[in-house]
Design a protein around this ligand. Structure first.
Ligand code: BG6
Length: 501
């Protein structure tokens, strides 16, 4: 069958066919992210001509019913311009469904037979996507590895977070998976690493001579990494309550962004070299002091139209689970000594946004203090990397207001992705990451020692929060979060960045 564009990359090794199996195929993630990403790869010509996609889940249904369910989640346009609807049916013709239990080896053997039939004796690379709740990670990974692994080619397994709840449970999970899977086969996904602007952090740092000399305590006053969502847990409270915002977003997504931002230059772009540097910098983060942590939980909005976290029926009554966290982290090495990294993550806030904001020191002996008309710190340069929405990089500068006289103001030198590269052209993070798995590129996946270092950092503070029954500060749905986050920032002489328009 023709794919719309010519196949750009062949499969690794000698494989003649690619078989992807999505475990947990009837779940939300599979429908919203995984299938659309595989479809986009197909449409873009990144999959080999010969491929099949199997869905596996407990619900008893036929392939036809399953295909009907995912049809609606596939895009009809991959970008603003291109109509790809005619490829939807071609793609769906390659999709199959197999029902089975997650703990029954016989069901996995039946799946293996069904996949083998489609592979028709060709040498196959098999990719398993574990889009399943953590409670069944181990049995599914074991059964899949033991009974469904490719006998004629490589098998790779994509694992979704949460990778445990703390250091011990994460180690248990790692050891259990390691019984059947080699580290080289295991792809721990953190979808933030697949975001365009997150990948661009290292490019920005290491390929622009103007930035490298500025990237240290000598010029940088503080770094803010923020994540905010303008919606609450809405129905996901059952999962969320067991984890909380630190495990859900900070320990993984935001820490990864911080590691890419703060690491030393890797020896090369090889996955191992990059991950070596990330592990090193995570290990250099000072143990977190509870005095530098602010927790929050959202309550009803001021006008009572939006529910509080505890109004979510899936949340246990009286839960102290944090839906917001702000903290100051410090990297104890020569480059970053004394620079606060302020991290903020929250649900049900006033806007949806993720960004990295670097505030530089003020220009010493500023000639123009008077014309700027404010404290010099307020007029220091800022570099902002807006991860989403409306991806952008902008540099805030002091500049003369055009006209007679000498009045100065802050202005932005900006690179707006939409304006520069066109709307809707950026691939989804999952698309990029699944392609990396097909190509065996592990740069954007979490290595086990990286995971271990991340849990070592956060487990003591998570234990303290639980053992001391620390109550989160309440903030209204749709607000800017608890006031404590502002006190935390001001302790380090920092103002959280404002909104960029
Ligand atoms: C997930 C978290 O990992 O990331 C969710 O579990 C969060 O709680 C989501 O909403 C945010 O991802 P994105 O790509 O929408 O910013």
């Amino acid at each position: 069958m023709d794919s719309p564009k010519s196949l750009k990359k062949a499969l690794d090794g000698d494989a003649e066919i690619l078989s992807i199996c999505v475990f947990g195929a009837s779940g939300d993630l599979a429908k919203k992210k995984v299938y659309p990403a595989i479809f986009a790869l197909f449409y873009e010509g990144h999959l080999p001509e010969d491929f099949v996609v199997f869905g596996y889940a407990r619900s008893d249904m036929t392939t036809e019913t399953f295909v009907d369910k995912i049809r609606s989640s596939l895009p009809r346009r991959v970008s603003s311009k291109v109509d790809c609807s005619e490829y939807v049916e071609k793609f769906l013709a390659k999709c199959f469904y197999q029902a089975g239990q997650y703990d029954d080896p016989d069901d996995f053997k039946t799946l293996a037979t069904a996949i083998s039939e489609k592979e028709a004796g060709k040498s196959a690379m098999r990719i398993f996507y574990l889009s399943i709740p953590p409670s069944i990670f181990v049995p599914v990974a074991q059964n899949a590895a033991r009974h469904v692994s490719s006998l004629s080619g490589e098998t790779r397994v994509i694992v979704e977070k949460p990778f445990g709840r703390d250091l011990d449970s994460s180690r248990e999970l790692t050891n259990a998976l390691a019984e059947d899977l080699k580290e080289s086969q295991t792809y721990r996904i953190d979808h933030y690493l697949g975001k365009e602007l997150v990948e661009n952090i290292t490019v920005l740092r290491f390929s622009n001579i103007i930035f490298s000399p500025l990237w240290s305590r000598t010029h940088i006053r503080n770094v803010q990494i923020t994540f905010s969502e303008n919606f609450g847990t809405e129905g996901r409270g059952g999962y969320f309550d067991n984890y909380g915002i630190i495990r859900d977003v900070v320990q993984n997504h935001l820490l990864q962004v911080m590691a890419l931002f703060a690491m030393e230059e890797p020896a090369s772009l090889d996955a191992e070299d990059i991950r070596d540097e990330k592990v090193k910098v995570i290990k250099s983060i000072r143990p977190i002091d509870m005095a530098n942590v602010v927790l929050g939980q959202y309550k009803k909005s001021g006008d009572e139209t939006k529910p509080g976290y505890l109004d979510d029926e899936t949340v246990p009554p009286g839960s102290r689970c944090a839906t917001f966290a702000a903290m100051a982290l410090f990297v104890d090495n020569a480059r970053w000594d004394g620079v606060p990294f302020l991290i903020k993550a929250g649900k049900a806030l006033h806007k949806r946004e993720a960004e990295v904001r670097i505030q530089f020191h003020h220009a010493p002996g500023n000639l123009y203090k008077k014309q700027l008309g404010a404290t010099s710190d307020m007029n220091s340069n800022e570099l902002i990397i807006r991860i989403q929405p409306d991806e952008a990089i902008y540099l805030r500068l002091n500049s003369k207001i055009p006209g007679l006289g000498m009045r100065l103001d802050q202005t932005d030198l900006d690179l707006q992705y939409k304006a520069k590269f066109g709307a809707g052209e950026l691939p989804d993070a999952y698309e990029r990451l699944i392609l990396d798995v097909v190509q065996g590129d592990k740069r954007l996946f979490i290595r086990n020692d990286e995971l271990e270092a991340a849990w070592k950092l956060f487990t003591p503070v998570l234990n303290q929060i639980e053992n001391d029954n620390i109550n989160p500060e309440l903030y209204p749905y749709g607000s800017r979060g608890p006031i404590g986050a502002h006190y935390l920032a001001s302790r380090y002489n920092v103002r959280w960045g404002d909104t960029y328009n």
